[in-house]
Each structure stands twice: as structure tokens, then as C-alpha cells.
Ligand binder design. Structure first.
Ligand code: PHE
Ligand code: FE
Length: 283
């Protein structure tokens, strides 16, 4: 479903592919300060909580706390590592535009940053979520290939009427994924690493279920956009994510057409249970 405002194409001042210039020089000192505040909070929280590829990516891109990153500089490093480029957009873009960018190894990121009174919650993704949250993982070659394949898969799912299923995969991996490591569970989802509250909640809180990743299971599970998640899915490795998703989804979409959704707080007999949550936060 395409809201009316998208039918006529990109807003004034955008290129046909919805990109704009980041115009880094025009950020104010206050805006840079918001980045630094958010950066310092998360940088203190994430060692021992975020997965190695994320922390390594943060280092490799030099996304240190000095202010909002300049895409030109960041892209030089990112592009050399995995062929990805970050492009600036005014805000959320239509699904097909988003997928088309991903399929070409371009990650669309909002250029605006939240206000100082919105540090903990904001409805639309801003540059801190999009860049601090998403871009470090794009330095990992396996994850980088997954995101490109996801873009191609998104275009196909749209044609097949299965985007609602595929969107759940994005949500429970790219945005809210956890990973199992010898040292314990670690975060790789961008929605978690860019949120102070959920960086803690996703790993430590007794409320949510934490279940083993299963491709079809995930695509049968609805998600919430208004609060911390009620269920997190745990990957054994990024390679497993890429391997599972490189298969042809045609038969999987047929299957999904026949299977009902699974309630957001349910645990099924086939689930590998890391944590059986109390769901106390959700009620
Ligand atoms: N392999 C999927 C298909 O055939 C595409 C896809 C790749 C989807 C990666 C998600 C992630 O449609
Ligand atoms: Fe995001």
C-alpha cells in the first residue's frame, strides 16, 4: 500500500531516487552536541553487550564522539571495506525506493538529528539511529551481502504480495537481532544499539522471550513498533543468516500463505528457548 503522498514522487529538493546532499557544513554546534551525547552514552554501554562485528565496525569507521559524521569521509572507509555507500534522504522513503538502494549497496540515512529533548525516544529514524545503529554492521562482509540480498528480496516480495512477511525478517534481524557467542548473547540489531533503554532491556530484562532464530518462524511473528520487543530471536552466526536467506523464498512464501501467524508472546514446541520471558513489561 502506497500512501498518496508518495505517488507523485520525491518531495521538492530531492533527486529522483529521493537522495539529498548531507550538507555536513550546515549542522549547528547544538546538533553536533546531540550526537556526542548519544554517542558517549552508547559507547559506554556497548562493550560486552554489542557483538564484535559491530564494535569493530564502529572503530573501523572512526565514528568517534566528535560530532555528526561527514558522509564523504565515512563512505571512503566503508566503501573500501564492503562496497557500501551511505546516502542522505529527508526521512522515511517508499519501500521500493529503499529496496532499490539496498540492492545497489546504498544505505539511505536520514540527515536530520533528534532534538535534545528526544534523546530516548523518537518516532522517525534520525541520523543517529541510521548511522550509529546501522552502518557499523555494514563493514562486515557477510552482513553487507545479506543487506544487498535483502534489497533484491524486498523488490521480489513486493511483487508477490509477501512484503509483510519479509518486513518481519528485517525487524527481527537488522533492527532487533541478538547473536549467540561463546561469551553469551550479544546485540547486532540497529534498533537496539542505538537505544539506551533497549541495549539493557534486550539482554537483561526478565520480560521478553529470547528464542533461537528460525527463518519461517520469524516471518510468522508480528512485531511492535511502540515499545521494547516482546520477543528477540538469537542467531548462531551472521553466516547462518546469509545462508538461510540465499535460498529461493518462492516455496517459503507459499507455505506462509497457508500457515497462521504466531502470537507475539507465544513459545512453540519447535522453539529453542534461551529465555522464557515473564512478559511483565508488556502487560
Ligand atoms: N532469497 C530471497 C528470495 O528468494 C531474497 C532474500 C535475500 C530475502 C536476503 C531476504 C534476505 O526472495
Ligand atoms: Fe533502522
Amino acid at each position: 500500500m502506497t500512501p498518496d503522498r508518495f505517488i507523485s514522487g520525491p518531495p521538492e529538493g530531492c533527486r529522483p531516487d529521493w537522495t539529498i546532499d548531507q550538507d555536513w557544513a550546515s549542522y549547528t554546534a547544538d546538533e553536533h552536541r546531540v550526537w556526542v551525547t548519544l554517542y558517549e552514552r552508547q559507547a559506554a554501554l556497548l562493550p560486552g553487550r554489542a557483538c564484535e562485528p559491530f564494535l569493530k565496525g564502529l572503530e573501523a569507521l572512526d565514528l568517534h564522539g566528535e560530532g555528526i559524521p561527514d558522509f564523504h569521509e565515512m563512505n571512503r572507509k566503508l566503501n573500501a571495506l564492503t562496497g557500501w555507500t551511505v546516502v542522505a534522504v529527508p526521512g522515511l522513503v517508499p519501500d521500493e525506493v529503499f529496496f532499490e538502494h539496498l540492492a545497489n549497496r546504498r544505505f539511505p540515512a536520514g540527515r536530520f538529528i533528534r532534538r535534545p529533548d528526544q534523546l530516548d525516544y523518537l518516532e522517525e529514524p534520525d541520523i543517529f539511529h541510521d548511522v550509529f545503529g546501522h552502518v557499523p554492521m555494514l563493514t562486515d562482509p557477510t552482513f553487507a551481502d545479506y543487506m544487498k540480498a535483502y534489497g533484491e528480496g524486498g523488490l521480489r516480495a513486493t511483487r508477490l504480495g509477501r512484503l509483510h512477511n519479509l518486513a518481519r525478517l528485517y525487524w527481527y534481524t537488522v533492527e532487533f537481532g541478538l547473536m549467540e557467542t561463546p561469551e553469551g548473547l550479544r546485540i547486532y540489531g540497529a534498533g537496539i544499539v542505538s537505544s539506551r533503554g533497549e541495549s539493557e532491556f534486550s539482554l537483561m530484562d526478565p520480560s521478553p522471550n529470547r528464542l533461537g532464530f528460525d527463518l519461517v518462524r520469524v516471518m510468522r511473528t508480528p512485531y511492535r513498533i511502540d515499545d521494547f520487543q516482546q520477543v528477540y530471536f538469537v542467531l548462531p552466526s551472521l553466516q547462518r543468516l546469509l545462508d538461510d536467506t540465499l535460498q529461493d523464498f518462492g516455496p517459503i512464501y507459499d507455505l506462509l500463505g497457508r500457515l497462521p501467524d504466531i502470537a507475539i508472546d507465544a513459545i512453540t514446541p519447535d522453539d529453542r528457548v534461551f529465555t522464557r520471558g515473564t512478559q511483565a513489561h508488556a502487560v
